[in-house]
Design a protein around this ligand. Structure first.
Ligand SMILES: Nc1ncnc2c1ncn2[C@@H]1O[C@H](COP(=O)(O)OP(=O)(O)O)[C@@H](O)[C@H]1O
Ligand SMILES: [Mg+2]
Length: 286
């Protein structure tokens, strides 16, 4: 099976108390997610991202349209085992520590004792919380809370993971760590669908994105392709002198091209920030 998610003509209208149509949250959405892809829903607040995820999970029902998820309808109990979902807000029991939390959810998911123990070790490792496993969750930072929620989702080793705003409210370093966990899932062959209102978040992890606006899909495709400026060529070189650049300009114009710009390539602000923090931390630990 190639497509993990297939959606056709999906529409969701929220109704008010008198059953009058109130908000068209999703409007004629068509999309597909392939196995092993990281797919990102991008859109401003209220554009329908959470609604789309809840429809895929069968938590709410479409007004019209079709959804196939892992080849079945979203309400089919046979696929529940294979799907992990992290809601926008996670509710954690502050008086439990990480080990107890994961054991509790493992039991809820019906994972047998021996397997539970093995999975808890594995997911704590994945999210990097082994050092804090005995600490109460009420003492966790926001980033740690998000990571334990992620661990909880991964406990049953799902093939498809749906994450609603996984990096919301996290600082760039923790956000990068969460993104690395997501990339790790991809390398294990899992399919990930996530939502975000932050452009840079999706750009760095997603293979494909769908931009939603007022419930409508306004752009969809491969991230690299969408961002490629066609008809222009970028050349990056080192060790050039000013006169070399003048000669290159001549070559460009004699080839019928047009010289547009030259300069030093820029690092992203996120890259610079994370590099600086890492350097500081490393110098402290040495
Ligand atoms: N239970 C609900 N009842 C009525 N309207 C809702 C409900 N849930 C969401 N909406 C509306 O649907 C639209 C999309 O919401 P949502 O899917 O939460 O967007 P996003 O996750 O992109 O911020 C918004 O206008 C929101 O107010
Ligand atoms: Mg939302």
């Amino acid at each position: 099976m190639d497509h993990v998610i297939e959606i056709k003509g999906l529409r969701k209208v929220y109704r008010d108390f008198w059953y009058r149509p109130k908000v068209i949250a999703i409007d004629r959405l068509d999309m597909e997610v392939k196995k092993g892809e990281i797919f990102g829903f991008l859109g401003p607040n209220g554009s329908g991202k959470t609604t789309a995820l809840k429809l895929m999970l069968g938590l709410i029902f479409p007004t019209s349209g079709k959804i196939r998820i892992l080849g079945k309808v979203p309400t089919d109990v046979r696929i529940k085992e294979q799907i992990g979902y992290m809601p926008e807000e996670s509710y954690l029991y502050g008086f439990l520590n990480a080990d107890e939390t994961l054991d509790f959810y493992g039991k809820l998911n019906g994972i047998p004792r021996a397997r539970r123990k093995e999975r808890i070790e594995k997911v704590l490792d994945i999210v990097g919380l082994k050092h804090a496993r005995k600490r109460r969750l009420s003492d966790y930072s926001k980033g740690m809370s998000r990571r334990i929620s992620l661990a909880q989702v991964l406990l049953k080793d799902p093939d498809l993971v749906l994450l609603d705003e996984p990096t919301i409210g996290l600082d760039p370093v923790v956000s990068r760590e969460v993104k690395d966990v997501i990339l790790g899932l991809k390398s294990e062959g899992k399919t990930v669908v996530l939502s975000s209102h932050l452009l840079s978040e999706v750009q760095t992890v997603c293979d494909k994105i769908a931009i939603l606006c007022e419930g409508k899909l306004i752009k969809e495709g491969n991230v690299d392709e969408l961002l490629t400026v066609n008809g222009e060529t970028e050349i990056v070189a080192s060790g050039l002198k000013q006169e070399d650049i003048s000669r290159i300009k001549d070559v460009i114009s004699s080839s019928g091209g047009k010289f547009i710009s030259s300069g030093h390539p820029k690092e992203t602000l996120e890259g610079l920030f994370i590099k600086s923090i890492k350097e500081k931390q490393e110098s402290k630990s040495n």
